[in-house]
Ligand binder design. Structure first.
Ligand SMILES: Nc1ncnc2c1ncn2[C@@H]1O[C@H](COP(=O)(O)OP(=O)(O)OP(=O)(O)O)[C@@H](O)[C@H]1O
Ligand SMILES: [Mg+2]
Length: 363
C-alpha cells in the first residue's frame, strides 16, 4: 500500500484528505499538522508521496520541501504542494523548493486523488529496466567480439540509452582493441583486491569518444585466473543500475562467468559462422543449455569471404531461424586495425547496416 504523508495545519483538511484516501483504497494516509514532526516521520519511514501545505506555523511548506530534498532517505519522494497561494509566482516558488506539483486550494478531493494517482504513475514508469544482451560462441573466432562491439557502438550512435560493453573474456582486451582504447584499468584491477563497490566499478570503466562505456578485460593472459561467476553477477548487477544497455562479450567456454552472463541476460545471441566446427559447437551449446538453449537467438555471421555454408543451410542444420544474418564485410579488417568500429566510421557499410537491424530487434 502506498504511504501518503499529508502535512497541513488545518485539521479539517487533514480529516477530509484522510477520508478521501481511504475511500480511494490502496493508499495509507499518514497525517501531520506540523512541518518538523512530519520531517521526522518521513525520515523514519519514508512515504511514497508527500502532500505539503505552504502556510503553517513553524516550518513553512517550502522549508519542508527543501529539507526533504536535502536528506538522502527522503530526497526522491514525490511532493505535491497544496496551497491557497495559486499565482504563477507561487507555483514557481514551489517548484524551486523541490516540489513536483503545485496544486491550488480549494480543490475537490476527487481531483486531488487524481493528481496523486498521476504523480505516482509517472514515478513508477520513469526508470526503464536495463537490457542485458550477452554474445556467445563456444567456437572461437566467429565474430563474438566484433558483433558485441558493433551492437554497443550502434546503440551509442543512435543514442538509444546509456550503454556499456562488458568484456568478460579471461584474457584478451579485444573489446578495447576494436575501440582503439588501451584496456587499462580493466576488471582484473577489481579482482586484485579492490572492493567491488559501485564507485570502484565506475572508476574502472573506460569511456569511448562515442559516449560508449567499456569494462575492459586484461590484455596479458592471467594464469589460472578468470572472472568468477559471482563476480560477473555482481558486476552486471551493479552496472545495470547505471546503464540502460549492457552488451556482454563472453569467453568461448561455458565458464562460470559465461553462465552468469546468460543467467543475467534479457537476451543471449549465439553467434554461428558457416564452418562445420562452428555449426557443431552451436548445436552442442543449444543442447547443453537445455531450456535456456531453446531461448538463444541465433545470429549467423559470415566471417569468411568464401567456402562457408549459406545461412539457409546453417538454419536448416540447427533447426532454427536466424534473428539476423550479418554479411561478410571486407571493411571489417581495416576497422579492426584502425580501432574504429564500422557502425561509427562507416554506418552505411554492410556490417553496420545489418547490426542496425539487430539493434532494432533487440532494443
Ligand atoms: N561480418 C564480418 N565480416 C568480416 N570480418 C569479420 C566479420 N565478423 C568478424 N570478422 C573478423 O573475424 C575475426 C574474428 O572476429 P572476433 O575477434 O570478433 O571473433 P571472436 O569470436 O570474438 O573471437 P575470440 O574467440 O578470439 O574471442 C576478426 O578479424 C574480425 O575482424
Ligand atoms: Mg572475442
Amino acid at each position: 500500500m502506498a504511504k501518503i504523508l499529508v502535512i497541513d495545519d488545518d485539521p479539517q483538511l487533514l480529516r477530509m484528505t484522510e477520508l478521501a484516501l481511504e475511500r480511494r483504497g490502496g493508499y495509507e494516509p499518514i497525517l501531520s499538522a506540523d512541518g518538523a514532526e512530519a520531517l521526522a516521520k518521513a525520515r523514519e519511514d519514508p512515504p511514497d508521496l508527500a502532500i505539503v501545505d505552504v502556510m503553517m506555523p513553524g516550518l513553512t511548506g517550502y522549508e519542508v520541501c527543501r529539507q526533504l530534498r536535502e536528506q538522502e532517505e527522503t530526497a526522491s519522494i514525490p511532493i505535491i504542494i497544496l496551497t491557497a497561494r495559486g499565482q504563477a509566482v507561487d507555483r514557481q516558488a514551489a517548484l524551486e523548493a523541490g516540489a513536483d506539483e503545485h496544486v491550488a486550494k480549494p480543490i475537490a478531493m476527487s481531483e486531488l486523488i487524481e493528481r496523486i494517482d498521476d504523480v505516482l504513475k509517472d514515478r513508477s514508469t520513469t526508470p526503464s529496466p536495463s537490457r542485458i544482451i550477452t554474445f556467445l560462441s563456444l567456437r572461437g573466432g566467429v565474430g563474438v567480439t566484433t558483433l558485441a562491439v558493433s551492437l554497443a557502438a550502434t546503440l551509442a550512435r543512435e543514442e538509444r540509452g546509456r550503454t556499456c560493453l562488458v568484456d568478460l573474456c579471461a584474457s584478451s582486451g579485444h573489446g578495447a582493441l576494436q575501440l582503439g582504447l588501451r584496456p587499462e584499468p580493466n576488471w582484473s584491477d577489481l579482482a586484485d583486491g579492490a572492493e567491488l563497490d559501485d564507485e570502484a566499478i565506475a572508476n574502472t570503466l573506460l569511456e569511448h569518444e562515442s559516449g560508449l562505456h567499456l569494462l575492459a578485460s586484461p590484455v596479458l593472459p592471467l594464469i589460472q585466473r578468470e572472472i568468477s561467476g559471482s563476480m560477473a553477477t555482481d558486476l552486471l548487477d551493479a552496472l545495470s543500475r547505471e546503464f540502460e544497455f549492457l552488451i556482454v562479450d563472453t569467453p568461448s567456454t561455458l565458464s562460470e562467468a559465461t553462465m552468469s552472463a546468460i543467467g543475467a541476460a534479457t537476451g543471449t545471441c549465439l553467434v554461428v559462422a558457416g564452418d562445420p566446427a562452428s555449426v557443431q559447437s552451436a548445436l552442442g551449446t543449444i543442447r547443453a543449455l537445455g531450456e535456456r538453449g531453446r531461448e538463444l537467438s541465433i545470429i549467423v555471421n559470415q566471417t569468411a569471404r568464401a567456402g562457408q555454408a549459406s545461412s539457409e543451410s546453417i538454419e536448416r542444420v540447427i533447426g532454427r531461424s536466424a534473428m539476423e544474418v550479418i554479411p561478410f564485410d571486407p571493411g571489417q579488417a581495416r576497422a579492426m586495425v584502425k580501432g574504429k568500429p564500422l557502425p561509427l566510421s562507416r554506418p552505411d557499410s554492410p556490417l553496420a547496416k545489418a547490426v542496425n537491424g539487430l539493434a532494432e530487434k533487440l532494443a
